[in-house]
Design a protein around this ligand. Structure first.
Ligand code: KG4
Ligand code: ZN
Length: 494
């Protein structure tokens, strides 16, 4: 029997001890022995603990049960004899190993439903690791096992789970985006006024495989036609990242294709290249999402020079926090933009932070406080509160948009570039797009955006970025580690 082993996920402990790994291998074998089972499990204090049977979920009947802890007997596992490597059957389990702090994200799932089949030459390449136990640990990662099909028809599955959207997509060099689907967790988090990481992780567990199955059906593709898997490896919520990483890594392993961890912000940055016309390198990019506001000089894939970034709140975060101040429901950005539509732009003028001095950095937290103070003062005076809220929302949006436009103009001039790329959730803002277009036209330049659905988090951008890197022959070791923090400047060039 074959087991995808996902190593190096013990984020809490930073490193995984040899003992813990051994225990996990035993657990993996135990689970696989029970054919047809679907499991979610963790390793707690070096003890594998089964958290749930999620079999019903994968059969399309019912919900996973997250409350069924079970400690395994190691002695029983030890007695298992050899695991044949000839005549390999399809893998019966996917095993995800993970951090103690994010127990619910540890993922084990049977993928026989997806029609899994081992295609590597593992019987020849397998390595003997422990008496009587033979594994092939790195099929698809060694040239003698299976060469990566580097062609323009190469198809890559992208998986995005860094925050509160489960996004999956298939990108092919020749025909572009073949399918994509996003499942938003908005309803789950709305009651709490923001993303609850643990709930996000659990829901990614529920949604990722069914969504993958759905887009394969939509595109009338079988998993045999996929040549690689790209998943978001960071930055983001670590638990949520672990789910996508474990699923992506496991599928790639089982399908015998390479996998690559993609930088979420690089995904955003390259998303406008999925559109027609695509921006040519070099260009300046403004990345405006919930977690980042960055101005980047882009000379090619992985050739990024940071020109400026937010010193405190990101633009999307400022939208979200200000929306809360205005009593708007989560997610705040789009709700604030809708309210601002009704506002009078001439009633208030808010400051444009950090525009009166040179430099390309941003700061939005002062603007948020300014908005709060203005709102408190004006609401006490007004007899038309709805109108005041709309006018304040408009003044805030005008200030953010104007600030971003001023900095982009400065960046274009400074870097002597004419092409500007906007990406990330806030680039879906229509006022921002209109003002940016006006500015660029005056500068004799041009602005490129993804379609609104690809501005916010999605799997298409991850499939595309992963495709670029896999096509360039980039790979990663089987032991992988999602990163909550990760600088884009650390990425290798393509
Ligand atoms: O890129 P994204 O989907 O997720 C992150 O990587 O953070 O960006 C989400 C952010 C949220 O802060 C959301 O409020 C903001 O993008 N956003 C908007 C709009 N649509 C999404 N902000 C302003 N106007 C919008 N239309
Ligand atoms: Zn994002």
């Amino acid at each position: 029997m074959f087991i995808p082993l996902l190593e190096g996920l013990d984020i809490a402990a930073k490193t995984i001890t040899a003992d813990a790994l051994l225990t996990q291998r035993k657990l993996a074998r135990y689970l696989v022995e029970r054919r047809g089972a679907h499991y979610l499990f963790t390793v707690k204090d070096n003890q594998p603990t089964l958290l749930a049977d999620i079999g019903l979920l994968f059969e399309g009947r019912g919900e996973p049960d997250f409350r069924e802890p079970l400690t395994l007997e190691h002695a029983r596992l030890e007695s298992r004899a050899s695991w044949a490597t000839t005549a390999l059957p399809p893998p019966q389990a996917l095993i995800g190993l993970g951090s103690r702090n994010h127990a619910s994200t540890l993922f084990g799932a049977r993928i026989a439903n997806l029609g899994c089949k081992i295609r590597c030459q593992a019987s020849r390449g397998a390595r003997r690791l422990k008496k009587g136990v033979t594994y092939c640990l790195d099929c698809a990662f060694r040239s003698d096992h299976r060469a990566l099909a580097v062609t323009s028809t190469m198809r890559v599955l992208g998986i995005e789970t860094s925050c509160d959207e489960t996004g999956v997509a298939i990108y092919e060099g020749e025909r572009g985006l073949l399918a994509h689907a996003v499942y938003s967790q908005v309803e789950i988090h709305a009651a709490y006024g923001g993303v609850v990481p643990e709930l996000a992780s659990r829901d990614h567990v529920r949604k990722t495989l069914p969504l993958i199955r759905q887009i394969l059906d939509d595109a009338r593709l079988s998993r045999d036609s996929l040549n690689g898997v790209a998943y978001t490896a960071g930055p983001g919520l670590i638990g949520a990242l672990l789910v996508g990483a474990a699923v992506g890594r496991s599928l790639a392993w089982a399908w015998g294709v390479p996998a690559i961890g993609v930088h979420h912000m690089e995904g955003h940055l390259l998303a406008p290249m999925l559109e027609e016309p695509a921006p040519a390198f070099p260009f300046v990019a403004l990345l405006v999402s919930g977690g980042h506001t960055q101005l980047v000089q882009v000379d090619g894939i992985g050739r990024y020079r940071m020109l400026g970034e937010s010193l405190d709140d990101a633009a999307g975060e400022a939208f979200d926090k200000t929306a809360k101040i205005l009593d708007l429901p989560y997610p705040g950005g789009p709700a604030l933009a809708r309210l601002a539509e009704k506002g009078d732009p001439t009633r208030y003028r808010f400051p444009r932070p950090m525009t009166d001095r040179p430099g390309l950095d941003f700061s939005f937290s002062g603007l948020k406080t300014f908005t709060l103070n203005t709102l408190n003062r004006e609401m006490a005076l007004t007899d038309d509160q709805d109108r005041t809220r709309a006018d304040v929302a408009r003044a805030f949006e005008e200030a953010v948009v104007d600030t971003l436009v001023i900095k982009c103009r400065r960046a274009l001039r400074k870097s002597a570039r004419k092409r500007l790329v906007l990406a990330g959730g806030v680039s879906a803002n229509m006022r921002l797009r209109a003002r940016m277009d006006e500015m660029a036209a005056k500068e004799g330049g041009e602005v490129f955006y993804p379609r609104p659905a690809l501005c916010t988090d999605n799997g298409a951008m991850i499939a595309f970025a992963g495709w670029q890197r896999l096509r360039a022959g980039q790979t990663e070791p089987l032991a992988f580690k999602p990163k909550a923090r990760w600088l884009m400047a650390e990425l290798p060039p393509v």
